[in-house]
Design a binder for this molecule. Structure first.
Ligand SMILES: NC(=O)C1=CN([C@@H]2O[C@H](COP(=O)(O)OP(=O)(O)OC[C@H]3O[C@@H](n4cnc5c(N)ncnc54)[C@H](OP(=O)(O)O)[C@@H]3O)[C@@H](O)[C@H]2O)C=CC1
Ligand SMILES: Nc1nc(=O)c2c([nH]1)NC[C@@H]1CN(c3ccc(C(=O)N[C@@H](CCC(=O)O)C(=O)O)cc3)C=[N+]21
Length: 300
C-alpha cells in the first residue's frame, strides 16, 4: 500500500474542538447557546447511525440538541407544522430533516419549508442557488467535509481534474459546485456515463458518491490521485459472526490504496467529517442569526 490515508476521524475531532471553542465563547461573551433540531420520520438504518452519533457530538460541543422522532405515517401537514414551530423558535439555530423521507411525503416541499437561515443541510433551493452563484450560503455538510480534507491534503485545488461519480442533490451536485468554486475542471459522472473507468482514470481528484459497495477498483484510479470515498454501504460480514455486517465504501479500498496518492477510509473518512460540519454549520447559522462574527475556517 502506498497511499496516504486521510484520517477523517482525527480531522473531524479537530473541527469539533474548534466548534466547541466557538460555542464556549458565544456562551461566555453573549449568553447564547447554539441549538440544533433533528427531525427523523420513520426508521431508516443509515439515518439512525447518523442521528445517534450526531446527538452525542452536539452535546459534547456544548450545544443544545432537540430530537423529534415522528411515526412513519406522520402526515405532511403535521411535519410542516413542526418545521414551522422550529422556524420560529429562537433557541433553534439549525434544523435538519433526515432523508430519505417516507414515500408519502414530498421531500422538496418539506425541505423548502425550512427557514433558509436555519437550513444547516444546505438543501433549501435558496441555499442551492446561492452556492451555485458563488454567494454566501449554508453549504451541505458532506461535500463541505470532503472539501476541507482535499484543501488540507492538497493545498490548492486550482486547475486539477476532478471527477465526481454521483449526481444527487445531497452529495454529487453540491460537491461539484464546491470543486468548481476552487477552480477544478469538474466532470460529473452517473449511471448513464459511457466508459466510466476511462473517465475516472483522468481524475486527479476522484469523489465516489454512488452507494454501490466497492464499485470502483484500483485500476480506475490515476496513479497519485486523491480519492474521496463518500459511500457508506453495509454488507454482510460472516467472518465476524452470523448476521454481522461491516461498512465499506464505493471504492475498493485495498486495490485503490496501491495506486492513489491519498485516500479516505470507510469508516473513519467522510462520515465523521459530515457530522463535524453539521455542528460547524449550526454555529455559523447561530452567529449569522445574532449578527456576530462567524468562526473562521469552518465554512467554504
Ligand atoms: N459519508 C456521509 O456522510 C454520507 C454518505 N452517503 C453515502 O453516499 C452514497 C451516495 O449517496 P447519495 O448521493 O444520497 O445517493 P443517491 O442514490 O441519491 O445517488 C447515487 C448516484 O450514483 C449514481 N450511480 C448509481 N449507480 C451507478 C453506476 N453503476 N455507475 C455510475 N453512477 C451510478 C446515480 O446515477 P443516476 O443519477 O444516473 O441514477 C446517482 O447519481 C451512499 O452510499 C450513501 O450512503 C450519503 C450522504 C452522506
Ligand atoms: N438530511 C440529511 N442529511 C444528511 O447528511 C444525511 C441524511 N439526511 N440521511 C442519511 C445520510 C447518511 N449520513 C451519514 C453521516 C455520517 C455517517 C457516519 O458517521 N459514519 C461513520 C460510521 C458510523 C458507524 O460506525 O456505523 C464513518 O463513516 O466512520 C454515516 C452516514 C448523513 N446523511
Amino acid at each position: 500500500m502506498s497511499a496516504t490515508i486521510i484520517d477523517g476521524k482525527a480531522f473531524a475531532a479537530k473541527v469539533r474542538e474548534q466548534v466547541a471553542a466557538h460555542v464556549a465563547r458565544l456562551k461566555d461573551e453573549h449568553g447564547i447557546t447554539p441549538g440544533l433540531a433533528v427531525v427523523l420520520v420513520g426508521e431508516d438504518p443509515a439515518s439512525e447511525v447518523y442521528v445517534r452519533n450526531k446527538g452525542k457530538q452536539t452535546l459534547e460541543a456544548g450545544m443544545n440538541s432537540f430530537e423529534h422522532k415522528l411515526a412513519a405515517d406522520t402526515s405532511e401537514a403535521d411535519l410542516l407544522a413542526l418545521i414551522d414551530q422550529l422556524n420560529t423558535d429562537p433557541a433553534v439555530h439549525g434544523i435538519l430533516v433526515q432523508l430519505p423521507l417516507p414515500g408519502h411525503l414530498n421531500s422538496d416541499l418539506v425541505i423548502n419549508s425550512i427557514d433558509p437561515a436555519k437550513d444547516v443541510d444546505g438543501f433549501h433551493i435558496s441555499n442551492v442557488g446561492l452556492l451555485g452563484t458563488g454567494q454566501k450560503s449554508m453549504v451541505p455538510c458532506t461535500p463541505l467535509g470532503c472539501l476541507m480534507m482535499l484543501r488540507d491534503h492538497l493545498g490548492s485545488l486550482s486547475g486539477l481534474n476532478a471527477v465526481v461519480v454521483g449526481r444527487s442533490n445531497i452529495v454529487g451536485k453540491p460537491m461539484a459546485q464546491l470543486l468548481l468554486g476552487d477552480s477544478c475542471t469538474v466532470t460529473i459522472a452517473h449511471s448513464r456515463t459511457k466508459d466510466l473507468a476511462e473517465v475516472c482514470r483522468r481524475a486527479d481528484i476522484l469523489v465516489a458518491a454512488v452507494g454501490r459497495p466497492e464499485m470502483i477498483p484500483g485500476d480506475w484510479v490515476k496513479p497519485g490521485a486523491t480519492v474521496i470515498d463518500v459511500g457508506i454501504n453495509r454488507i454482510p460480514a460472516p467472518e465476524k459472526g452470523e448476521g454481522k455486517h461491516r461498512l465499506v465504501g464505493d471504492v475498493e479500498f485495498a486495490s485503490a490504496a496501491e495506486v492513489a496518492g491519498a485516500i479516505t477510509p470507510v469508516p473513519g473518512g467522510v462520515g465523521p467529517m459530515t457530522i463535524a460540519c453539521l455542528l460547524a454549520n449550526t454555529v455559523t447559522a447561530c452567529c449569522r442569526a445574532n449578527a456576530l462574527p462567524e468562526p473562521e475556517g469552518l465554512t467554504a
